[in-house]
Design a protein around this ligand. Sequence first.
Ligand code: BGC
Length: 421
Amino acid sequence: MEFKDNTKSARKSVFPAGFFWGAATSAHQVEGGNQNDWTLFERQNAKRLSQSAQKKHWPDYILNNHPNPFQVENYISGQACDHYNRFKEDFDIAQSLGHNAHRFSIEWSRIEPEEGKFNGKEIEHYREVIRALRERDMEPFVTLWHWTLPRWLENKGGILTEDFQRYFVRYAERLAVAFKNDVQFWFTINEPEIYCLNAYYRGRRPPQKNGFFYFYRGFNSLILAHRLAYRAMKKISSRFTIGIVCNLSDFKSSGGPVNAFLKVLFERFWNHRFLQKIKNEIDAIGLNFYFHHRIRYGLRSANEVISDVGWDLHPEGIESILRDLQVYERPIYITESGLADARDKNRAWFIKETIEAAGRALARGVPVRGYFHWSLSDNFEWDNGFWPRFGLVEIDYRTLERKIRPSAWEYKKIIENHFNV
Ligand code: BGC
């Protein structure tokens, strides 16, 4: 998104100086070697998931890849991308792609493997990770909790245990103290709505509970956890920028008063409920954008272009969400946006459209301050396993070789065009 600056007859970008360009990852999806609630879920469910995949029809380009949805090993995170050991190599790649920031998460089960016993060596590991980013001129954006729980906490009932807030605050404080001088940007929780939907309403992910009441309790537990962690961390450093990451959808009514009413309802509940509850305890908003829904007496697919996992690709939808977020008067970071695209057919187009739409929102005064593509590399896509390919960088899971996809270079060109103004 560019406009002519007539006064200097130079081309000027709407993206402000200091805009953050990068990609995102999460610990369990890339690190490998974790021992948490997911590790157990994977062992117990891999066979079932591979068997139910056999009932669906899959295109050859997915089945010819390794691992594919029929293979049991597809559903076991195992060594994942071995990012825990290869993070420097991965950050070298990100740097070569022009990134000046990177979003990642810290694995709670490494930091506190037993209740109340914090592992200093693992804290030092993440200090190394942060240092490696800084050495490459990339700003670290740290997520405290991206869905995986230490086993001891899972055994106590996870986010529904009475003491969950106390545990979460203690963990947050520990990291805030450790990285007080190293990290500016923090996000407490990744996508509380999606977590509760899949783990407590649909029963698809650990702890596999089903029902609206569970969802509701989980959601409220996370609201409180965020608030208390925010306050505790601000006491440690008032300079921290602390936000939340929400997964918001673009809802489009297909006309008529009923659909218009449903749109308002979905937006209020899905897009704004969590944010409304914590609006006094955030310095920044992290927006994850993946979903576009047509409303016709319910949620429908628009079926325009779809990704390998069947999601509608509607990148321009991000503009209206960004504009809606303006009410909170906080800087906004697009903390995730991306697609499963093993053939890299749509990724370059999708990135360009998303960034242009963000540029249009910026031009209208929305304070967008960063864009993080999901994801830096292919990774473990939760209960879908490894077959969905979300990476700017392809991973060969047999050799762990990294291969930069063409779209990653296209993203680099966009970054450069907006830097050199
Ligand atoms: C999550 C990621 C996930 C991505 C793609 C987001 O909801 O934060 O962990 O990989 O979506 O499904």
